[in-house]
Design a protein around this ligand. Sequence first.
Ligand code: HSE
Length: 427
Amino acid sequence: MIKIGLLGLGTVGSGVYKIMENNYENIKNKVGTALEIKKILVNDIDKQRELQVDRSLITSNYREILEDPEINLVVELIGGEEPAHKYIIEALKNKKSVVTANKLVIAKHGNEILSLAREKEVQISYEGSVAGGIPIIRPLKESLAANRIDEIYGILNGTTNYILTRMAGEKLEFNKVLQEAIKQGYAESDPTSDISGLDAAYKISILASLAFETFIDVNRVYVEGIENISLRDIELAEELGYVIKLLAIGKKENDGLDIRVHPSFIPRKHPLALIDDVYNAVYIHGDAVGDVMSTGRGAGQMPTGSAVVADIIQVARDIHNKRLTPNLLESFQNYKLKNIEEVENCFYLRIQVKDKPGVMSRVTKILGDNRVSLASVLQKHRLTPVVPLILITHPVKEKYINQSLEELRQLDDVITINNIIRVEESS
Ligand code: HSE
């Protein structure tokens, strides 16, 4: 019998409890011994819960779990940075293995946590921290271990994918969809971390750390959200053969690692272009396997519960068999993270210029002088005296685009720079 302490009985915690109860026999057979949830930490013992849990299991004192010598597996599902981080550290120090779905804690404190687990010779597993129910952490560590991975592209945030899908499908503006999504419960009441790209940045930091075997400092990842994407951009993307997705990107290049999150044009025929609504997907290129993509539900009680219980089974099996699966720290190396200014991309530029002779040549001269070469130019719906101009560039370093924009803003002919969006052509 392996005794488990559960920290948190919110959405995912309740899902884990239900799965473990419903599949008790099946899980017991898979582990080789029974699993018992001995204690559950909650904030408010008297809170009315949809889930019926024996009152004697519930505590509001974390010490009853972290200091109980009978509990050798702690499952952290509180979320947020503190006190979750503190509890994980304390559990590991007390030689308890830990399963968590906490992307924030793993992205920010992964180095400390993995090192401590190794020192204490216990397990740390975090499949549920990225892309909910999609198996991706263990595949990166095990099933794809033969490969040198050089590219990861992810749609790692369901909220933003849902918003972009509805904007495109129903021809709605960002704010309208966002407000409706909050009202219907598809988006959090404070969706800042989703919309701004930060949630996806935590997740790509975790995936890229495993894929490229190094620690990625999430604070150094370039992040841009979807708040400036307008319906007009989505319509133009469609017209040009693309869709707009919030992409989380990790690339290993000769001059360093390129890790970033931002909206991107992706070709309509790319497999990631088909991932709609709240679905997540991860697309990986390895030298042996080639391209692989996994997709599924990136959040929610049962999908994330599925990933967490899989971790519990794996770790419990190791505890039962007195085995220690290495946590990969041994192979971690230091790589330079590329500055976004040095990253090369194609760009979509939507600007409004005055409708008069010579404007186009002055705009293209600024671009040309800054090494920006154009792949296509579209002049749309003349609304004298203003002309919308849509430019797609060839690959160019961000610093040259930024210099061009600086100069274009000074140009009397340019009325507005509406938007600049990267165009992903390489994958
Ligand atoms: N808020 C996240 C999303 C799910 O919208 O994908 C939790 O990581």
